[in-house]
Write a protein that binds this ligand. Structure first.
Ligand code: TLP
Length: 355
């Protein structure tokens, strides 16, 4: 008999919807129970401070700010970098524009210009073009911030190359723009490039990364940047209601995540490639294994003649949880609560069900 999969061992389905579904590890729960805490509204929670300091150190930044979510990290960054009515350049498919409920406009009060990217990377020439031409300052906004995303979620977990980041930063600098990186999956990007996270973060003024995705913590993100800038960001975090109290309970899990979960991310990347190869062997139009750079596999089940929603139902009956992205496509995400057997179970189920 085949060995039970990680999901079956934990008595729940194999969940490929996102890396956000990961449950805290036993080590995280133990650290949470034992966490020394204080009131972070008075900046005297020692565990939060330790997490912020460690995060900043790992990103090569002066300071960090613990926030409840990646969405709030980006919002606080926008509020801190910009003034009302200024303009921000972003890649068209970025999470800030697609999935953060219009907070950039409704809450940060800034205009945005969406520039289409290639695998998540806005061409440098397009950044330059957005900042030049036209001299009528009365009728034309000048962007004050460039937001980049790596890994890029909607581009299938694509990684922005280091030389691209350097070029984008230089272009931004030439036009007086600051750079913010939405690095929700920054450590996946670093693992894929084989560099420390700091090598990516150095190309931005501010970076936010999530503890609650591939790193497996139950909640939280850290926004990192220069100390004076983070002091201002702390003010905006309070404005949007993100100041927590004994949040050392959550930060304790974040510390375990940073110390113990970063080195295992290449496993997720290896499994994502194996999953893509297995699915492409069933039908070459399901996915392109060459497009898999990190822990995501973007699939298209159109050739099966069955809508993605039906695949979701069929796989659910086999103990596999997936989510349809649209009529025919599904995003499959690898994470710490999935193992090789879960991947083989998914490939086997698709092979068995393929018409
Ligand atoms: N992404 C989530 C959901 O929004 C779909 C996911 O499952 O991928 N930046 C990027 C690049 C993200 O992918 C996400 C979350 C966020 C920011 C927001 O983080 P949270 O969910 O903590 O607000």
């Amino acid at each position: 008999m085949a060995a039970p999969t990680a999901a079956a061992r934990r008595n729940r389905t194999a969940d490929f919807r996102s890396d956000t579904v990961t449950r805290p590890t036993p080590a995280m729960r133990a650290a949470m129970a034992a966490a020394e805490v204080g009131d972070d509204g008075y900046a005297d929670d020692p565990t939060v401070r330790e997490l912020e300091a460690l995060a900043a150190r790992m990103l090569g930044k002066e300071a960090g700010l613990f926030v409840p979510s990646g969405t709030m990290g980006n919002l606080v960054a926008l509020l801190t970098h910009t003034g009302r009515g200024e303009e921000v350049l972003l890649e068209s498919g970025c999470h800030i524009l697609r999935s953060e409920m219009g907070g950039i406009a409704a809450l940060a009060g800034v205009a945005h210009r969406a520039l289409p990217g290639v695998r998540g990377a806005i061409p440098i020439a397009a950044i330059e073009a957005a900042c030049t031409g036209g001299t009528d300052y009365n009728t034309r906004l000048r962007p004050s911030l460039l937001c980049l995303e790596t890994t890029h979620n909607a581009a299938g977990g694509a990684v922005l190359p280091l030389d691209y980041l350097a070029g984008a930063r230089a272009a931004a600098g030439r036009h007086g723009m600051a750079v913010h990186i939405d690095g929700a999956r920054l450590f996946n990007a670093a693992a894929a490039l084989g560099v420390p996270a700091e090598a990516i973060a150095r190309h931005a003024d501010s970076v936010t990364f999530c503890l609650s995705k591939g790193l497996g913590a139950p909640a939280g993100s850290v926004l990192c940047g220069p100390a004076a800038w983070i002091a201002r960001a702390r003010f905006f975090r309070r404005m949007v209601g993100g100041t927590m109290r004994q949040s050392g309970v959550l930060a304790a899990a974040g510390l375990v995540a940073l110390r113990g979960m970063v080195d295992r991310l290449p496993e997720d990347h290896r499994r994502a490639r194996r999953l893509a190869e297995g699915l492409a062997a069933i039908h070459p139009t399901i996915c392109d294994p060459a497009a898999v750079e990190t822990n995501m596999v973007f699939t298209d089940f159109a050739a099966s003649g069955r809508p993605a929603a039906e695949w979701v139902r069929l796989l659910a009956a086999r103990g596999i949880t997936c989510r349809a992205s649209d009529a025919t496509r599904m995003r499959l995400v690898l994470h710490a609560d999935l193992d090789d057997a879960d991947v083989e179970a998914l490939v086997g189920a698709v092979a068995g069900l393929w018409p």
